[in-house]
Design a protein around this ligand. Sequence first.
Ligand SMILES: NC(=O)C1=CN([C@@H]2O[C@H](COP(=O)(O)OP(=O)(O)OC[C@H]3O[C@@H](n4cnc5c(N)ncnc54)[C@H](OP(=O)(O)O)[C@@H]3O)[C@@H](O)[C@H]2O)C=CC1
Ligand SMILES: CCCCCC(=O)/C=C/[C@@H]1[C@@H](C/C=C\CCCC(=O)O)[C@@H](O)C[C@H]1O
Length: 348
Amino acid sequence: MLTVQRVVLSSRPGKNGHPSPDNFRVEDTSLCTELKQGEILVRTLYLSVDPYMRCRMNDDTGADYLLPWRLEEVIDGGGVGVVKDSKNTQLAIGDIVTSFNWHWQTYDVIDGSSVEKVDPSMVDGHLSNVLGAVGMPGLTALLGVREKGHVIRGAGQTMVISGASGACGSLAGQIGRLDGCETVVGICGSDEKCQTLVSQLGFTAAVNYKKEDVSTALRNCCPNGVDIYFDNVGGPISDTVISQMNSGSHVILCGQISQYNKDVPYPPPLSKETQEALRCKNIIRDRFMVLNYMNKHKEGLELLSRWVKTGQVKVLETVANGIENMGVSFCSMMTGGNIGKQIVKISD
Ligand SMILES: NC(=O)C1=CN([C@@H]2O[C@H](COP(=O)(O)OP(=O)(O)OC[C@H]3O[C@@H](n4cnc5c(N)ncnc54)[C@H](OP(=O)(O)O)[C@@H]3O)[C@@H](O)[C@H]2O)C=CC1
Ligand SMILES: CCCCCC(=O)/C=C/[C@@H]1[C@@H](C/C=C\CCCC(=O)O)[C@@H](O)C[C@H]1O
């Protein structure tokens, strides 16, 4: 038996509530390390906190592909770890593995078929990128732009990204620029974030929605209107962007984080004005879900890996330390405490 730490959901914030670190509890538990055929013992290296987890805190997630976390049970999400013992013929001690359903636990015994083996050279040994730029958020940015963005190289298009300094947004803007957008404008929640987007990631301009009048600032940054909108946040910010979009333009409906603490369906209903703007200007607003493009993931990860290795895409990351900080890190990410991907390092 091994004593390990895990995080359980101790209470729910309520569909109309803001999550709090008090909703999570860290506790010790005993793990039987005797393996059955096919099982592996893993040590957790990094865990991911992601916006969709807010929906898993409700007893009804509102999305059929998302299971609710159960009260008093260990939480799961994206994770990466190292194999410490194996009775699985496909996995050896020292292998790096990942899963979308990794337990928030320092060590675990799991079926080897429930994880994917990671090639550490894909991320130059920077294993947290498996949960970020060369993982699900990277694929979301890449496939979101490519499947729904309709970027045409040389057409002088303008792309706007909300939630622009986060995991998906910071990559979506860089990919929009690489794919040929002439102007790439980010919207995010601090001057420091705005400065980073422009000076480090090559965005044309950035707008601090907490300080500036978004409508006026966008008109200045996008004098030819908006052709592609990568929407991570929804709500009033998106209403404003959509009001400045050109005829025949495209909204990539990636996420709506501004609405996740409210009791509304996903995607949340739009105002009458915004519905009218979409209809009158024939703007295509397609919902995008990265899990619907599994057949494009392998090739996508190879491209992202190349871009990161060559420095064509820069990666931003905010790293917290220790399993006791999972709840705090999740709540911090939900309120803008992160720049780039929010990661929690669990062990070396
Ligand atoms: N469709 C898909 O397949 C996927 C969709 N997503 C979605 O993409 C979006 C971004 O996810 P991800 O990159 O992981 O997270 P981020 O790294 O972007 O973190 C969340 C960010 O959201 C911003 N934010 C929080 N509340 C608000 C608000 N009320 N208004 C505006 N901005 C807010 C904060 O930045 P700031 O300081 O700017 O406020 C915060 O840093 C989410 O909506 C998520 O659900 C993610 C993965 C897959
Ligand atoms: C419903 C609100 C969120 C919508 C946007 C979003 O953030 C989507 C994210 C998913 C996310 C789903 C993750 C795991 C699915 C399995 C969970 C389970 O219940 O077992 C991500 O990993 C891919 C995005 O499509």
